[in-house]
Ligand binder design. Sequence first.
Ligand SMILES: Nc1ncnc2c1ncn2[C@@H]1O[C@H](COP(=O)(O)OP(=O)(O)O)[C@@H](O)[C@H]1O
Ligand SMILES: [Mg+2]
Length: 1011
Amino acid sequence: MFCDVVGSTRLSHQRDVEAYFSILRAYYDACGPVVERHGGRIAQHQGDGIYVWFGYPVPKEDDATRAVRAGLDLLVVLRRLSASLEVEVGEPLAVRIAVHAGEVVVASVENERAPLAFGHTPNLAAKLHQAAPPGTLVVSGEVLRLVEDSFDVEAREAAVLPDGSVVPVYEVVRERQRAGRVGRKWRTPLVGREREREHLQQSWTAVQAGKGAALALVGSRGIGKTRLASTVLAAAGSAQANVLDCACNQLDASTAYRSFRTLLVQAAGIEPDDPPIVSAALLHDHLVDRLGMDQRAATVFGAVLGLPREAAGPALELDPSKLAQVTAELLVDWVVRLAAAAPTVLLVDDVVHADPSSLAVLARLAAARPPRLLLVFTAPSNAVLMSLLPDSPIEIIELEPLASEVAEALIDAVAAASPLEHPEREQILRQGEGVPFYLEELAKAAQEAVDHTTLPMSLTGRLQARLAAPGMDREVVGALAAAGDDLDAAVLASVLRADQEELRDRLGGLLAGDLVVDTGASDSSYRFRHGLITEAAYGLLLQEQRTRLHRRLAEVMTERHASGRPVDWNVVGHHLKAAQRPLDAFEAILTGANEARRSGAIPEALQGYRDALDIVEAVTDPSVRDLLEVRCRLQRGIAAISARGFGAEEAVEDFGRCEQLCRQLGPRPEHLSAATGVYSFYLLQGELAAARRLAEDLRSWVETGHADYRPENALAFGALSFFEGDYTGAVEWLGLAAGRFRAVPLDARTEENWLLPFDPLVATLSHLAPVLWITGRPREAHEAGDRAIARAATLAFPEAPFSMAYAKSYLAWMYAVGGHHETAARFADDVRKIGQRHGFAFWESTGEIHLALARYWTGGQTDAADVVMLHASIWQFLRARVFLPYVLTATAEVRAAMGQPAEAVAAYESAGTLVQETGVCFYEAERLRLLARALPSSREESRAALRQAWELAHRQGALLFELRAALDLARPGEDADAARLSAVIGRFPPGAGYPELNEAQALLAHAPTRT
Ligand SMILES: Nc1ncnc2c1ncn2[C@@H]1O[C@H](COP(=O)(O)OP(=O)(O)O)[C@@H](O)[C@H]1O
Ligand SMILES: [Mg+2]
């Protein structure tokens, strides 16, 4: 293969030249891994061009195919790189590639490190490439003959050599789609099933004509579902349609998007060992260039495939739950677009084992039935299918056992080489019960048996006899049985500590006996032909062998992860568990569950945590068990909250248990963050007594040797004091925390010491600002607010927007309480926008609430109270109750102002009930004061409430609230209590500048002096 850069000669600026060379360098960096991955070797550089050899030193049968594939991959990679150059410089960069095959003389040359190739072949490759238009790959007639089954080509203008001879040139347009897992070739010819095939064929014809359809093949194991489904794949494959198939396996049923990963990889032509830069380029090519999706889709699907960020593009900064929603929508859109481009068959084999995330997307597709899409499922029964895809209208094709004449035809087809004797045939027919798989295997066993008298009776016995027969490699059988799923050739070779050449030999007998099948693509992967064979093979293994093989499988998968390949932690965990290594299995499964949680795949995450807890339960050493249990339950609680709020059953159970275990186990670094997580769980629900318990625990730990956790503990007490209404305490604790956090390098934070999604210093300052405002120090309050915002702006996603929303929501509240509704509205709107942009539902509703309230006071938004209640119901659903007493009170105030006194009083009272229930008292003085205003009945009652308000504010140190109550008590016409009022005024620092202060002073100036 000769590959040369068609450079731009019109680069005028130095900046352009630099950009050009940086792209060129990225391209050369990519060449090595791409070529290597296809078994080639970069042999010579010639100017900008490179010669790549395939088939040296050891020639292989598919060298030409590999060379063409490598060339196509290089084109895709360069096209991606060139796109960014074009944006920067306005000039693209392209390569021209030519592949030729023939005899070569390879010789060492003095002063050259590596041998060089001589002769006609390399020269012709170099000549041919000049006939290739930029950005294309051409091959000679010699190569075409070797690869024409696999690629679509078009003839180009022939090349004329210096000697005048003319050489035909063909451009390779694309690789034909390779057979997927199910669409591979089957050994036994298909018998019977005419009616079902007809049905399938009709559906496919209708789909090609523009309809959409979803159908399911239903029946027991071995009845022939997959075999039948493959007929429609074959029909579609020869009709230039999109053919996608995936088979679901119980092992990775809790790996999010497992099925769609297979489908995406297949559609984009990605293979397991492609370097990330190639995978990302192929994905982009498929999604953006071919289907017209945007870069966002490439990024999101890159994450689904587990591609590293550098390759897939910068992450979308979304909350996990929003990310999950976006991913699902994009996947639906992807399939719809595929079908719009060409009729498409999408087969999901054994859908009962599909992961929940994929299933949700499939359900939407089945319900929508987009035009030109044929969805085919296989399932064990109608009932199972209905439970998986409840609201989707799916046509059911039920597979019955074969009628006896069809069954006989099947036996005869299998035993065509040497027909079976009558009694034996009869026995197989009886024993086979019309199930094709049984019939097929019984017939094969009978054929292969040397001595029929020793033939085992059961099907499993016969399968095992075949698997253990001479010529079958025991180790390979064991590895595939333990794997329980498709195994990449590379993984299988590593497990056996063999090289791939040797592997192919050792697989020979199993492949010839059709016990093992190669699942199609150029990069082979292997599995037993049917799950029943896998089970029979597993049954052959002794316990000691199983343990060893599972351990080895886990080892190999982990090693591959270490070298940068994606790995299914659930599968690794399964093998570790089966290898009797529960602690390692726990870690793997927990890692998988945490990954799922972070990507918003909550059902998979919860399943993972459940599995991990099951392992924990079996650990005998109680000290080890309890430590693992805390870790797992804490994470599960968080996952459950993100699905169903603070009231989620699992969350309540898990956090309660965590509290108990943390207390029992005492202070350990990881328990500090765990207890803080549990604390905030209680705090947000307004369970203040429980939150206080944890803060006290933390304090005792801090005092017995965890002094570095002092600032976090001060924040815990500060926030708690605030919500309890202890403003004096809050100022003190929060001031302390702010001072101490400043001294700590915050970048040193890890999950071990801080689990919460916001920055603790921002949280401290956010609470501090309104607390200072309410205690009569507005200037310091402004300062704290400014510092909170400045700090939040220095963080990274997700802490940055989360902390920013946190800070701004407290400032919105502060200004609302202060009566500065314009400013409050501005902050509230920011909070709402942050929530929308990143999918933080909680912040969005918080912003909406503050905004509606502010707009009522600034512009008379008349539906404010209804808007607030709508969003507050989200909080109620989430059981985030700590701010509800304020929200209910503020809504009541709006109702009172709108002339709805009865509704207002009712709302004040329901706020009061919540205060009783929770002990959340930070706005209680104001609630009592406002209630007093709204009470129509007796003046006495109203004054009693006002006096209560004043006393409470006084006790709490809430100076501003105290002033307001005193002012209301001292209004002309009331029992003017000037002494009380002037005492309150006297406690404000000079220059505090609240409008209420001026009002109070004016009132005092005019009040009659009483002695
Ligand atoms: N109609 C058929 N004609 C010939 N062989 C069949 C037929 N149906 C199934 N088989 C064979 O039986 C085996 C089991 O079929 P498969 O489709 O894998 O079963 P299922 O998917 O229902 O478990 C396959 O190896 C297949 O070759
Ligand atoms: Mg099947």
